[in-house]
Design a protein around this ligand. Structure first.
Ligand code: GAR
Length: 188
């Protein structure tokens, strides 16, 4: 049984998808041992509802240090599912190959500092891009720069807004995130 720790900052629909995929066997032989948020958010309630141990660690300079203190020793994979803090360099290096993140665009485009959530979709809508999508990648100390595990694209519609794009991208995320988790767990 592989142990997954999920880090969140928001509504946690991707967390919910992972919970559901574990329950249905789409992600086999795994469990979420802990959910950690860096701020108050609905995702913590989802963890609570699913009976998963959950903690809030205040965001800020000591986040990674505090995370390391409560991270279960047997953690096989750390999944960033809509997590908005930046993990420090030492933490990323210690857990190299064991942290993955989902990003709501086609990296390497529309990544880096400030590129999160609706900011990403707004930037895509204002650009001449005809496609967007979602990317699951390994986390390194360079923001959104780690090796890509899975990516899927979609066509941007004529009257697309940042909000409608966010909705479409979320559907793609629900599709590729469980697959990417399985790929990484297979190799761990
Ligand atoms: C997702 O779209 C995810 O890709 C994005 O936050 C959203 C979280 O939604 N992550 C980032 O922007 C990280 N840079 P959720 O809370 O409903 O899973």
């Amino acid at each position: 049984m592989k142990n997954i720790v999920v880090l969140i900052s928001g509504s946690g629909t991707n967390l919910q998808r992972i919970v559901d995929c574990i329950a249905s066997g789409e992600i086999p032989d795994a469990k979420i041992s802990m959910v950690i948020a860096d701020r108050e958010c609905f995702g913590l309630q989802r963890a609570e509802n699913a009976g998963i141990q959950n903690y809030l660690i205040k965001r800020g300079k000591s986040f990674s240090e505090n995370l390391k203190k409560i991270l279960p020793e047997n953690t096989d994979l750390i999944v960033l599912a809509g997590f908005l803090s930046i993990l420090d360099k030492e933490f990323c290096e210690n857990f190299r190959g064991k942290i993955i993140n989902i990003h709501p665009a086609l990296l390497p485009k529309f990544g880096g500092k400030g590129m999160w959530g609706m900011n990403v979709h707004q930037a895509v809508i204002e650009s001449p891009e005809k496609q967007s999508g979602a990317t699951v990648h390994f986390v390194t100390s360079g923001i959104d720069e780690g090796e890509i595990i899975l990516q899927k694209s979609l066509e941007i519609g004529e009257n697309e807004t940042a909000e409608s794009l966010a909705e479409k991208v979320h559907q793609i995320e629900y599709e590729i995130f469980p697959k990417a988790i399985n790929l990484v767990l297979m190799d761990s």
